[in-house]
Write a protein that binds this ligand. Structure first.
Ligand code: NAP
Length: 282
């Protein structure tokens, strides 16, 4: 029987660090970190996430303003807002909630964010620097996943890691981070042959596909670490990709949904905002 990785508990450690940083800034008469979030449209789930980000930020002393933009707004008005935030000396980080409603050119809008404030690591500058091994903002979900794996005490170097999913925001960057930690990494996707077999050879298995209950014990090697990134709403409940109760019988560690990866993501965003203020990245 394996152990549940408590994402909330691990996130708490980083939250305490953020709080301590904000306090130290205040004591020295310096400014608090500030994040500006841009939300376009009316997707309830995304708005819920954005509001939660703001709530968490405020509870840690990080300033966070949310710019809610109607779907019928023009692309130019969004770009104007980004340019204003780029110039605002009080704003350290800008987070654009994606995906955007279809009518917007997402790539064009992202490209307008100053890469030095791109704390979610979405701009081409940050992506290029990240994959070239240069200093950059690291996307928040992958960054949190690596911390969850490290929390188990496992030495990642030399381990066989399999990532299911190849998106730009999760699959590819988490694979790169595992590679940086000297794991031997395989990325799987919807065209992968013998997926179960490939996964069952992994010491570290990460599922980021968004298909509830897809990963059962047959995908899992005895003693593996299993990270469930998937979040899908099923009858009003958040479901992961992994059948937790079944997989924990075989794995050494498994993240739950909710309370696993998701708990880390927002915290990493606020951590990156603090790094921006510190000037640690640029
Ligand atoms: P995405 O862009 O939809 O990508 C899904 C990936 O899964 C694709 O690469 C796809 O393969 C692959 N896939 C789908 N069905 C598959 C199958 N049957 N077998 C193998 N691979 C399959 O999704 P995403 O943005 O990366 O997000 C993935 C999941 O993570 C979603 O549930 C999302 O809600 C969740 N998520 C959670 C957090 C968090 O903080 N907890 C953050 C981000 C995302 P192809 O490329 O071949 O189509």
């Amino acid at each position: 029987m394996g152990t549940k990785i408590d994402g909330k508990l691990i996130a708490e450690k980083f939250r305490e660090e953020i709080k301590a940083f904000v306090l130290a800034q205040k004591e020295e008469g310096k400014s608090s970190p500030k994040l500006s979030v841009i939300f376009i449209g009316n997707d309830g789930g995304s708005l819920y996430y954005v509001k939660n980000t703001q709530k968490l930020a405020n509870s840690l002393g990080v300033e966070c303003d949310v710019h809610i933009i109607k779907e019928d707004a023009s692309e130019d008005s969004v770009i104007d807002l980004i340019e204003k935030l780029n110039l605002d000396k009080e704003v350290n980080g800008i987070m654009l909630q994606i995906p955007l409603p279809q009518k917007f050119n997402e790539g064009k809008i992202i490209s307008k964010i100053d890469y030095k404030k791109d704390v979610d690591g979405l701009t081409h500058t940050n992506i290029g620097r990240f994959f070239s091994g240069e200093k950059s903002y690291v996307p928040c979900t992958p960054k949190g996943i690596i911390e969850l794996i490290k929390s188990t005490g496992l030495d990642i170097a030399g381990k066989r890691a399999v990532v299911i999913g190849r998106s730009n925001i999760v699959g590819k960057p988490v694979a790169q981070l595992l590679l940086n930690e000297n794991a031997t990494v395989t990325i799987c996707h919807s065209k992968t042959k013998d997926l179960k077999k490939v996964c069952s050879e992994a010491d570290i298995l990460i599922s980021a596909i968004g298909r509830p209950n897809f990963v059962n014990k047959e995908f899992v090697k005895e003693g593996a670490i299993v990270i469930d990134v998937g979040t899908t709403m099923v009858e009003g409940k958040l479901k992961g990709d992994v059948i937790f109760e079944e997989v924990i019988e075989k794995a050494s560690f498994v993240t739950p949904v909710p309370g696993g990866v998701g708990a880390m993501t927002t915290t990493m965003l606020l951590k990156n905002t603090c790094e921006a203020l510190k000037g640690n990245v640029y």
